[in-house]
Write a protein that binds this ligand. Structure first.
Ligand code: ZN
Length: 313
């Protein structure tokens, strides 16, 4: 190799390294809540894309080629796990052919591994043949801000491994996120004081981490099996149960069967809170903190108007 050629090779290598150090880490998340947490932790050092738009139910997302293309360029994939994305993420990963994020690779981050507790882990055999979802336990853990803090710390760890020069910044931002959650906790807790005295019927067990976090009393679900359209007989039994209870209210996500949720609320004669399922599912909830604010304020508002709703026979 002559001198000039050596210089060119060296210059190209320097440029390549410089280019790498300037590049943001390309992070793809499945659900919007994980995208908001990744943005909080990654700040200016990452570029974050969510595969499932806020208004879509992530249990049932079509595996479009455009989503596979997003995965093809990712350095880090942050997903919910606990089979929330089982209907579409494996298909997309197959199509994306990206070794950086394949299972077990450094860019593969199952955020459920950061959790300390998983709710509703089924005992005994799970009959997926009946279409049951939540076979590994309840996957909707981002609805508890305490879990969001654990996820943020897990992301900071992994981002720091993939991009070591910014490790301290990732750790610091995860701490800032944790501090912001701690600062809001008393406000969220006080807001739900009245709701804590009521009984709650859920449409889907989407809200179990939220109700567990806020110590709300859940007495039943409109779905008799998670993810399955409820039978008329089960709906009737929930209505009967609700009528027997003094103070009961209904919680549904905006992507649940609204007519069923409304019928149950009307026939019990009580309030229905229709909540955004994840960040950005309703307008004004794009930010994670605004999303949690909305959940708390809507539940508080519904709890306050239970008595004003007439019973429809
Ligand atoms: Zn679910």
């Amino acid at each position: 190799m002559n001198f000039t050629k050596t210089m060119i090779v060296a210059a190209v290598m320097v440029l390549a390294t410089a280019g790498q150090s300037l590049a943001e880490l390309k992070v793809v998340t499945t659900i919007s809540d994980l995208a908001r947490i990744a943005e909080a932790v990654g700040g200016e050092d990452v570029h974050v894309t969510a595969l499932c738009p806020g208004p879509r139910d992530p249990h049932f997302l079509p595996a479009k080629p455009s989503l596979a293309r997003k995965l093809a360029n990712a350095d880090l994939l942050c997903y919910n796990g606990l089979e929330l994305e089982i209907g579409w993420l494996p298909l997309l990963l197959d199509k994306a052919r990206n070794p950086r994020i394949k299972p077990g690779a450094p860019g593969d981050l199952d955020c459920s591994n950061s959790l300390e507790h998983i709710l509703d882990v089924p005992g005994g055999n799970v009959d997926r043949g009946m279409g049951d979802i939540h076979a590994l336990g309840n996957p909707h853990y981002t609805l508890d801000p305490g879990n969001a803090v654990l996820i943020a710390r897990g992301m900071a760890n992994r981002m720091g491994q993939l991009d070591s020069k910014n490790k301290a910044a990732y750790t610091a931002r995860a701490q800032a996120f944790a501090d912001a959650v701690s600062a809001k906790q008393p406000f969220w807790h006080d807001q739900l004081a009245e709701a804590r005295t009521k009984s709650i019927i859920l449409y889907h067990s989407h809200w179990n981490y939220f109700t567990h976090w806020q110590e709300l009393k859940v007495v039943g679900e409109i779905e008799n099996r998670p993810g399955i359209t409820p039978s008329p007989r089960h709906v009737q039994s929930i209505i009967d149960k609700g009528r027997d209870l003094e103070d009961v209210m209904i919680i549904a996500a905006q992507w649940d069967h609204q007519e069923v949720a409304e019928e149950v609320a009307e026939r019990i004669g009580t309030a229905l809170a229709v909540l955004p399922g994840y960040s950005g599912a309703q307008k004004g909830t794009e930010n994670y903190f605004d999303f949690i604010d909305r959940l708390c304020s809507r539940v508080a508002e519904a709890a306050a108007r239970i008595e004003t709703v007439p019973v429809k026979e």
